[in-house]
Design a protein around this ligand. Structure first.
Ligand code: SAM
Length: 273
């Protein structure tokens, strides 16, 4: 009979966050496939677990999936862990699991930490819906496209971001969401953990030299409110500078600031003068 692949979540910082079940499974399996074997070796040393390791990362996932499938078909049980958190969430794992599903090999989830769930738990988001974006594309048309899609989403948006891109991302998010509330969750479960509830207008100054790992949770402003025309004009100008047409920029500004469309269009024409 074929063995089982256990997809095991591991801590995102604090090693005490590993579950009892994860420890037991890691002790019981024949081997552990890991995104970065050196990184996982440290966790296993801490847990006093000694197992054969196999590297499986985004550049060899398909090939390794076939090798693992063979081992599982021979009746071995294996675990897969990413560097931190839950595999498959902005981490390898999906293609491995897909390949095993195709061969009718059993994949068992062993849930545990994820930066996404951890950040949500302390963000105070009351909406029952949210959009998880993960990482934005680094640059170019693809990035602009995703930002434009985000601008249309009227629910909380959650992003992962690297420290060296934080300032640029906050700038661009400001042009889309104006001064919307944001929670910046930094270094979750670690010594320098920080949960900062602020606005997009202020966030950049609060993290002048960002260090560590970040989750950003933005709540787009949807309610009708007294329109700050100066801010609406700045927002609209930034959209037009990104190459968005007058009409589209006006529609987006109207939605974001609760303005009438013709009022926003008049602002767009004024900007062009
Ligand atoms: N699979 C992981 C999970 O379940 O959350 C995510 C892996 S992704 C490659 C790494 C990103 O997750 C980081 O760049 C950061 O945005 C976020 N992240 C991971 N650990 C974090 C932490 N302790 N605090 C804040 N963000 C974290």
């Amino acid at each position: 009979m074929a063995g089982t692949l256990y997809v095991v979540a591991t801590p995102i910082g604090n090693l005490e966050d590993i579950t009892l079940r994860a420890i037991r499974i890691l002790k019981e399996v024949d081997g552990i496939a890991a995104e970065d074997t050196r990184h996982t070796a440290q966790l296993l040393r801490h847990l006093q677990i000694h197992k054969p390791l196999l590297s499986l990362h985004e550049h060899n996932e398909n090939e390794r999936a076939q090798q693992l499938a063979e081992k599982l078909e021979q009746g071995e049980n294996w675990a897969f862990v990413s560097d931190a958190g839950t595999p498959g969430i902005c981490d390898p794992g999906a293609r491995l699991v897909q390949a095993l599903h195709q061969k009718q090999i059993c994949c068992v989830p062993v849930p545990g930490p994820s930066a996404l769930a951890t950040a949500i738990s302390v963000a105070g988001i009351t909406s029952s819906h949210f959009h998880f974006e993960g990482f934005l594309p680094v640059k170019g048309a693809e990035r602009r496209e995703r930002l434009q899609i985000l601008a249309q989403i009227g629910e909380p948006i959650i992003l992962y971001e690297a420290p060296h891109r934080l300032q640029k991302t906050l700038d661009e998010l400001y042009t889309i969401f104006a001064d919307a509330p944001i929670v910046v969750a930094r270094e979750l479960t670690k010594v320098y953990e920080q949960i900062c509830t602020t606005t997009l207008g202020q966030a950049k100054e609060q993290f002048p030299t960002p260090k560590g790992e970040f989750v950003l949770l933005i709540e787009p402003l949807m309610e009708k409110r007294a329109v700050d025309k100066e801010q609406a004009a700045l927002y609209l100008k930034a959209l037009m500078e990104q190459g968005i047409s007058h009409k589209q920029a006006a529609a987006q500004t109207a939605k974001q600031f609760g303005m009438r469309k013709n009022e926003a269009y008049a602002l767009a024409l004024k900007e062009e003068e």
